[in-house]
Design a protein around this ligand. Structure first.
Ligand SMILES: [Zn+2]
Ligand SMILES: [Zn+2]
Length: 331
C-alpha cells in the first residue's frame, strides 16, 4: 500500500474533506502507525469549530489513536517493534528543555506539539508519531473500546487526581471522560454525583449504571455537599454552580481546553478556601499511571463506531449531545 486516506480540516468552521495522499515515511525517532481506531474528543470539536487559536492548517484531527507500528524511523528507543499495538495521545512532542519540561510538568511545555492540532492526528488510516510519546497497549482489549482511554481517560485521570482524595465527587457533563472516571471512582469506593443537561435521562441512567450514586440536572444541588467537582462540559456557567455544590475547601476542576465565559459570582461562594483550577494536557507519567490502572479497575467504555468517512457525522452527533459514552472512527 502506498497511499493513505485522511479526513482533513482545511479551514475552521468547514466540514472535513476526505483526502488521499502518499503514506509518509517516519523520520528519526518517529513511527508510522497503521490506525485501527481513533476516538472523537470534544477538543476535536473545538479545533474544527475554530474555538482554539492557531491550529496548523490543513490538519488531520484526532488524538485518541489506537494502531499498530507499521514502520520505524532510525533511533526509535523504548523496545517498540513492528506490529506492536500502540496508543497515540494528545501530547505529541515536548521540547525537553524549558522550565516546565525540566521540572516534571511537560504538560505545560513552552514548545509542544499536539496530535490532531499542531501535528496530523488520527482521523486517517495512518499517522506519524514521535515514538517517545506513544504508549504500548498490550493485551487483547478491543481497539475501538480502547481509543477513548487515550484522552478522555488520560486527561480525565489528570483532572481526577487534581480533584484530590475526597469521598464525594461531582462530575459535570457526563460524556466520554466522565463515563470512564465514574468507574474509577466507584472502584475506589467514592460516591459519584453525575450532573447532565436537564432532563437528559439517557446520560443519567448511563451514569447510574456505571456506579454513580445520584444523577440529576446541572442546575440541581446534590443531596450532600461535595468534596470536589470536575467540569467536563465546556460551559462556564457551571463553574459558579459547582462552587455552590462543594463544601469548605472544596475544589472545582475545569477539565476541558475551552469553555464559554464564566459569569461573575459573589465572593462568598469562593470564600472558605474553595478553589477553582484548570487542567492542561497530560504528562507521559499520567498516561503510564492510568493505562496501568484501567484494566485493574475493569474500565469498560461505551462506544459508537463510525466509518472514517463519516467523521463529520460523528462530530455533529457529539456537538448535538447525541453520543452516549464516546464516538470512535474506524478506518
Ligand atoms: Zn518544554
Ligand atoms: Zn481529547
Amino acid at each position: 500500500m502506498v497511499s493513505m486516506r485522511a479526513m482533513v480540516l482545511e479551514r475552521p468552521g468547514t466540514p472535513l474533506i476526505e483526502h488521499e495522499r502518499p503514506i509518509p515515511a517516519p523520520s528519526v525517532g518517529e513511527i508510522l502507525v497503521e490506525i485501527a481506531a481513533c476516538g472523537v474528543c470534544r477538543t476535536d470539536l473545538h479545533v474544527v469549530d475554530g474555538e482554539l487559536a492557531d491550529p496548523r492548517l490543513p490538519i488531520v484531527p484526532g488524538h485518541e489513536i489506537v494502531g499498530r507500528v507499521a514502520a520505524m524511523g532510525a533511533g526509535v528507543a523504548g523496545g517498540l517493534a513492528l506490529g506492536d499495538r500502540v496508543g497515540v495521545p494528545w501530547l505529541g512532542h515536548t521540547c525537553g528543555a524549558c522550565t516546565y519540561c525540566r521540572t516534571g510538568r511537560e504538560n505545560l511545555c513552552d514548545a509542544p506539539l499536539f496530535t490532531g492540532y499542531t501535528r496530523d492526528g488520527g482521523y486517517a488510516t495512518h499517522a506519524i508519531a514521535d515514538a517517545r510519546f506513544c504508549f504500548p497497549l498490550p493485551g487483547a482489549s478491543d481497539d475501538a473500546e480502547t481509543a477513548p482511554l487515550l484522552c478522555a481517560g488520560l486527561i480525565g485521570w489528570r483532572s481526577y487526581r487534581m480533584a484530590g482524595e475526597g469521598r464525594s465527587l461531582g462530575l459535570y457533563g457526563f460524556g466520554a471522560a466522565a463515563h470512564i472516571l465514574a468507574q474509577v471512582a466507584a472502584w475506589q469506593g467514592r460516591r459519584v454525583y453525575a450532573f447532565t443537561r436537564a432532563g437528559d435521562a439517557a446520560a443519567q441512567s448511563l451514569a447510574k449504571s456505571l456506579g454513580a450514586v445520584w444523577a440529576g440536572g446541572s442546575e440541581e444541588l446534590p443531596p450532600e455537599p461535595l468534596d470536589a467537582a470536575i467540569i467536563f462540559a465546556p460551559v462556564g456557567a457551571l463553574v459558579p454552580r459547582a462552587l455552590k455544590a462543594v463544601k469548605k475547601a472544596g475544589r472545582v476542576v475545569c477539565g476541558g481546553i475551552h469553555m464559554s465565559d464564566i459569569p461573575s459570582f459573589p465572593y462568598r461562594d469562593l470564600w472558605e478556601e474553595r478553589q477553582i483550577v484548570s487542567v492542561a494536557n497530560l504528562t507521559r507519567e499520567d498516561a503510564r499511571e492510568f493505562l496501568a490502572l484501567a484494566p485493574q479497575a475493569g474500565i469498560k467504555t461505551s462506544v459508537r463506531r463510525y466509518p472514517l468517512a463519516q467523521a463529520n457525522a460523528a462530530l455533529t452527533d457529539l456537538r448535538q449531545g447525541r453520543i452516549q459514552g464516546a464516538a470512535v472512527l474506524i478506518p
